[in-house]
Design a protein around this ligand. Structure first.
Ligand SMILES: Nc1nc2c(ncn2[C@@H]2O[C@H](COP(=O)(O)OP(=O)(O)O)[C@@H](O)[C@H]2O)c(=O)[nH]1
Ligand SMILES: [Mg+2]
Length: 288
């Protein structure tokens, strides 16, 4: 797949990782957040090191953006791997109650241990950890039921660490997103770009949109016969032929009717439409 090399590790992400390493010393519980559309691409290679000696909760957020069959398949896969994933939608609050309960349970465990050693109880200190834009800030705002931290559509908005108290039981830290310094797996990097987890400066919008269209074609070949391509045809008024696919040509043609021949703007529109789920509930990864 030709997208040019996708690489993004700006200074503020490097700084975030340093801050994170420091904050982890004070934390009892790591709430790891992943994106339901790409639960593998949003797993960080350093995670095992970061959760060592701490309790770990796996949240798979943006559950509203994928279909139920994919959610069920992933849930089974994760359980087989020994996880008990919490499926959340930080936008409407689905799963938040369970998340709160599980975090408080972690606190109970912690305080039992503290009391056994003659120490006083204290709120459990938890940190949300994950790639940029997976919904960490939105989850915290949902948990505390008000807008205490900034949540935004673009990657890299949360830049500093901030503690937030939830009731008497939980202290939460909203950390900025982290990313691997090197995106070795370029297929995964493409999926991160599509889900807006890496900054736009890291890639060529047109090439990424074309790669996305080809990816849809491949996804469509394996399941959901025709559905995704039909949605595309209806939305933009031009069939993306099943055989002899030429995504580049297709993009040029639809740009004629939608963006006054501006292909780059058309590419942007296709990506935006995907990100707003206007093309349907599309899982970019499925369990093998
Ligand atoms: N549809 C949907 N959007 C979400 C969900 N969680 C977060 N968002 C949106 O995704 C964007 C990024 O969220 P944010 O909390 O800033 O991500 P962070 O970078 O991980 O802190 C915001 O516009 C949120 O409203 C979700 O579960 N479903
Ligand atoms: Mg944030």
């Amino acid at each position: 797949m030709k997208t040019g090399k996708i690489q993004w590790y700006p200074g503020h992400i490097a700084k975030a990782e340093k801050q994170l390493n420091k904050s982890l010393e004070k934390v009892d519980l790591v709430i790891e957040v992943r994106d339901a559309r790409i639960p593998i691409a949003t797993s960080h290679p350093h995670l095992t090191r970061w959760i060592k000696g701490k309790q770990h909760l796996l949240v798979i957020n943006r559950q509203d953006m994928i279909g139920l069959p994919a959610l069920k398949a992933w849930d089974k896969w994760f359980r087989n791997e020994g996880y008990k994933p919490l499926w959340c939608n930080a936008k409407d609050g689905t799963g938040i109650k369970q998340l709160q309960t599980r975090a408080i349970q972690a606190g109970t465990k912690l305080n039992e241990r503290r009391q056994a050693r003659g120490m006083q109880s204290r709120p459990v200190r938890a940190l949300t950890l994950g790639f940029p834009n997976v919904g960490k800030s939105a989850l915290i705002n949902r948990l505390v039921r008000k807008k205490v931290v900034t949540s935004s559509r673009k990657a890299g908005v949360t830049r500093s660490l901030r503690w937030v108290r939830l009731g008497q039981h939980l202290d939460l830290l909203d950390a900025p997103g982290v990313l691997p310094p090197c995106l070795d797996d370029q297929e995964a990097a493409l999926r991160l770009a599509l889900c807006d987890d890496i900054g736009q400066a890291a890639y060529d919008t047109e090439l990424v949109a074309i790669a996305f269209l080809k990816m849809l074609h491949r996804l469509e070949a394996t399941k959901k016969a025709g559905v995704i391509l039909e949605v595309l045809e209806q939305r933009y008024g031009l069939p993306l032929k099943r055989h002899n696919i030429d995504a580049d040509k297709w993009l040029t043609k639809v740009a004629k009717s939608h963006t006054s021949c501006n292909k780059s703007r058309m590419a942007q529109r296709v990506l935006d439409d995907f990100r707003k789920t206007l093309l349907g509930h599309i899982s970019l990864e499925l369990p093998s």
